[in-house]
Design a protein around this ligand. Structure first.
Ligand SMILES: NC(=O)C1=CN([C@@H]2O[C@H](COP(=O)(O)OP(=O)(O)OC[C@H]3O[C@@H](n4cnc5c(N)ncnc54)[C@H](OP(=O)(O)O)[C@@H]3O)[C@@H](O)[C@H]2O)C=CC1
Ligand SMILES: CC(C)(CO)C(=O)C(=O)O
Length: 301
């Protein structure tokens, strides 16, 4: 299977390493010229092991990939779409590993929704410093058709992930799973980023109550989209929280600590917008949206 990946960061690099080691995968990492020079100047290490990734200049004309995987941050999504355009052909399937609920629609609006499958990653605790990515748990990629149908293309990807020992799950309720992860990110990532709280501090009675208040807004919006988020969905998140290393941080808090832009537009930004569309008040997300925007301005000044 010819696989193209854009976004060799914490998530992308962790899964790329597994795919690259599989003899039945031909993996290309797409880079613009500036990144290509930079990436060729230094070895890329995952859990201290040097990787031999095959880099490809995004301007090069290449045969289309069978699968394109997009693993950049939300603010880089438009550039990443542009970067993979030479790799997308009539039969290419596209998977977005970004958090959130709208990256599939954004990518699909350029290449066609029929090319999109739905996906997200779960339980991975990867952290990136320059060309070093480290993880304790690689988690899994959860993917499928929006309807959950086990189509031939889903089966083909599942077969190759199995050969690559890349943990995965193909749930019947894929679209609900996407919303469930979105709920976790909206009610978990944002307050931890504002408060500077690692998992230890959000996994407390006050932390749980705070997240529950925010979760209610996601629940109301999800209902308008035909998705039901229940109390047991929230409890399932608390169970996962118990398995995460207490000193580790959400990806949004990692962004704040590293002085990078956050993905607030993908979380509170989307909730704010959907709240307006469906006439659902979203005061907690409105507040967090502006707090995070101010915070970004403080450290990016
Ligand atoms: N980290 C985590 O624990 C988790 C993250 N996620 C989600 O996964 C997604 C990716 O996050 P994460 O891996 O942490 O992000 P990172 O910032 O670690 O990685 C993103 C990578 O994309 C690269 N990139 C950006 N634009 C381009 C481009 N135009 N061409 C080529 N490469 C590009 C960046 O390169 P460079 O460094 O050179 O700029 C960077 O290496 C996010 O939506 C996040 O929310 C989901 C679950 C957990
Ligand atoms: C679920 C969680 C909080 C950890 O994997 C996450 O998705 C993130 O940090 O972005």
């Amino acid at each position: 299977m010819k696989i193209t990946l854009v976004g060799l960061g914490a998530i992308g690099a962790s899964y790329a390493a597994l795919l690259n080691a599989c003899p039945e995968v031909e993996l290309s990492i797409v880079l613009d010229e500036e990144r290509l020079k930079r990436y060729q100047s230094s070895p890329f290490k995952i859990n201290d092991e040097v990787q031999n990734f095959s880099y490809c200049n995004q301007n090069e004309a290449v045969p289309p990939a069978d699968l394109v995987m997009i693993a950049v941050k939300y603010n880089d999504l438009r550039d990443a779409i542009d970067a993979v355009k030479n790799h997308v052909g009539d039969h290419t399937v596209i998977m977005s590993l970004l958090n959130g609920i709208d990256s599939e629609e954004i990518i699909g609006s350029v290449f066609g929704m029929e090319k999109m499958i739905y996906s997200m990653c779960l339980g991975i605790d990867a952290q990136r410093t320059g060309f070093n990515v480290n993880y304790g748990s690689v988690g899994k990629i959860v993917f499928g058709e929006k309807t959950g149908e086990k189509s031939d293309r889903i089966q083909a990807i599942a077969d190759i992930f199995k050969k690559a020992s890349l943990p995965f799950e193909c749930p019947k309720d894929m679209y609900k799973k996407l919303w469930w992860k979105f709920m976790i990110n909206v009610c978990g990532n944002q307050p931890t980023a504002i408060l500077g709280a690692n998992y230890h501090f959000i996994n407390t009675p006050d932390g749980h109550e705070l997240m529950r208040l925010i979760m209610e807004e996601v629940r109301q919006i999800a209902l308008k989209k035909g998705v039901e988020i229940t109390d047991s969905d929230f409890d399932a998140w608390l169970e996962i929280l118990n398995t995460l290393v207490p000193e580790s941080k959400t990806s949004m808090l990692q962004d704040i600590d590293a002085g990078r832009l956050t993905e607030v537009d993908m979380f509170a930004g989307v909730i704010k917008q959907l709240g307006k569309t469906y006439n659902v008040p979203t005061p907690y997300n409105n507040l967090m949206y502006h707090m995070l925007k101010v915070k970004e301005q403080i450290y990016l000044k």
